[in-house]
Write a protein that binds this ligand. Structure first.
Ligand SMILES: [Zn+2]
Length: 200
């Protein structure tokens, strides 16, 4: 267990000598999985980062404020269902991981969180592995929902799916350290924390 888990300025400065203090702090969080879990939401990370920013650093503070504001505005009435049962969260949503990782059994059936049209179904070279992307529209919003690391894809690009369609099987393809589903949601082109819209 790392004894220097509390990211005081001296600890962070000692570990990372280059870059801005905020940059060093972000890297400090990125390197400490246990801290990522404690400060799971990007809001917490940014709020803490912001508290370390000197008053004179107005440009930096402004951009962080803008991000916090975007996150706050993304709370929505839209309700979606969980893509796997039972619900086990392996990794939470954060600035560094704008998605939710659901743990589960290899080969477990994955159902979409909302109905829509498959906009991509195939291999992704950037790390998602076998990836299904589903586009959906509500009266007010458009969604692009990524289901990544699948062991098997069960749908085709262009296919219309509802919430009962099996879109694939849980896997560990691409950059994954174990079987899980990486669920990433864009709402109107901006990342949304899936847990704000998933219902139990
Ligand atoms: Zn993930």
């Amino acid at each position: 267990m790392d004894k220097t888990l509390v990211p005081t300025r001296s600890v962070v400065n000692k570990k990372y000598r280059s870059g801005t203090f905020t940059g060093r702090l972000v890297r400090y969080f990125a390197d400490h999985k246990s801290i990522r879990k404690i400060f799971a939401s990007s809001f917490a990370v940014l709020a803490i980062s912001a508290s370390f920013i000197p008053q004179t650093s107005s440009v930096r503070a402004q951009s962080d404020d803008a991000i916090i504001q975007t996150q706050t505005n993304l709370v929505t009435e839209t309700s979606m269902k969980y893509p796997v049962e039972p619900v086990l969260i392996n990794q939470n949503y954060s600035f560094l991981h704008p998605a939710i990782d659901f743990g589960g059994e290899l080969g477990e059936s994955i159902k979409p969180v909302m109905a829509g049209i498959v906009t991509y179904a195939g291999w992704d070279y950037s790390g998602y592995g076998n990836l299904v992307v589903i586009g959906s529209k509500t009266a007010d919003d458009t969604y692009e929902i990524y289901y990544a690391h699948l062991s098997k894809i069960e749908v085709k690009t262009g296919q219309t799916i509802d919430v009962n369609t099996e879109i694939g099987k849980l896997g560990e393809t691409g950059h994954a350290t174990g079987p899980h589903l990486h669920l990433e949601i864009y709402q109107n082109g901006v990342h949304l924390n899936p847990l704000t819209v998933l219902s139990q």
